[in-house]
Design a protein around this ligand. Sequence first.
Ligand code: ZN
Length: 151
Amino acid sequence: MPDMRLFHSKNTKLEVDLRKYLFARGFRYRLHDKRLKGTPDLVFPKYKAVIFVHGCFWHAHENCSHASIPKTNTEFWLTKFAKNKERDELALNWLESHGWRVLTLWECAIRRPEQFCFDELLDFVECWLVGEARSCEVSGENKLPMLILVG
Ligand SMILES: [Zn+2]
């Protein structure tokens, strides 16, 4: 059984650190806004942007070493993961069709310090927010993605 504290979907360390930093830099946001599909972790109305901080386990991050399938109750977990993934996809489509940009930060992005440090990640998030870049996701398996502008 995985350690549930690591995978709790709200107020993870990454999310809290991210909030503190962005607030200190003058960004203002709403938390867990239920009016938006998928209840994004951070909502930035000024930039028409939202951020999800995804636990790799709960959101069944593909090809990620943090996203194992439990050996017991396997059927249950597979069903649950499939549902979570479907919900994530629906939320992404809904948000984009309503004019929101979506940044998905996978938890593994900060657990792989050899790829990039947290400061780099934060700089990236800031650029993404203010730069009108398209939706994208950051995971620990890859380098930081190129920012592609909307339109
Ligand atoms: Zn991952």
